[in-house]
Design a protein around this ligand. Sequence first.
Ligand code: MG
Ligand code: ZN
Length: 248
Amino acid sequence: MAGAMIVTGAHSVILSGRTAVARIEPARSAPRITGRGRRPVLRNERCYHIQVATRSAKGFSNRVETVFIDRDGVLNEKAPEGRYVARWDHFRVLPGVPEALSKLNHAGLRVIVVSNQRGIALGLYSAADVEAVQAKFQQLLKPFGARVDAFYFCPHEKGQCNCRKPQPGMFERAVAEFPSVTAEASVMIGDSLSDIEFGRRLGMSTILIEGDLANSKPGTEEAAQIAGLRCASLLTAVDALLSSLKLP
Ligand SMILES: [Mg+2]
Ligand SMILES: [Zn+2]
C-alpha cells in the first residue's frame, strides 16, 4: 500500500458548509481522435477542450468535489526522464502552483496528491525522503493560505502492486480515508499517460498538463488524445475547472 502523510481536518468543514459543484465533460465520452497530428495548445488562453473541435457547446456535466493531482511535472519541475526528484533541494515548485491550490481550497474542493515514486523501489531514496518533501511543500503552501488534504505515493516497482498509477490503489486509499470521495465527482490532473489512464479507468474527468515536450515521457501523445482537457499549467487547469463551478 502507498505510504502517506495525511493532513486531515479543515476540508470536511469547508465541504459541509459549501459543496462546490463543477461541471466538466466526462473524458470517457471524448471522441476518438485519429491521425498523428498534434493539436495546438492555447498557451496564452485557458485550455484546449477536446470537445471543442467536434461538439457544440454541450458544456460540462459532472459535479466535482475532489481533485487528484500528480506531483512531478504538475506541482514541481519534473526531473529529466530516468532521473528523480529525491530531496527538497531538488524540488522546484512550478509557477502558480500555490495560488492554484489555494483557489481549490477556497472553492471547497478536496486536494489529494497521488504520485508514483518508483525511485524508492530502485533504492535511490526512501519513503521518509518523500514524506519529508511533502511536509516541506505543505509548509511552503501555508503563507498562500493553501494546503494539500492528503498525499499518497506508490513506492513500488512496475507491475508489483495495485497502487502504481494507472492502477487504482491510491484512489481506493483516498476512499478509505475520505468515504465521500467518488470517481464521478473527481478530476485527475497529471502530465503522464499513467495519470490520464488512472483517471479514465475510474471514470473521472481528466486534465493533462502539457509541459516541456522535449522532456515528456513516452505516451504523452496518447495522453493528449484521450485527456478531457489539456492545459499548460496547474493554474490554467484550475481556472478552467473553477470557471465551470456551480455553487449552490
Ligand atoms: Mg508526473
Ligand atoms: Zn504501488
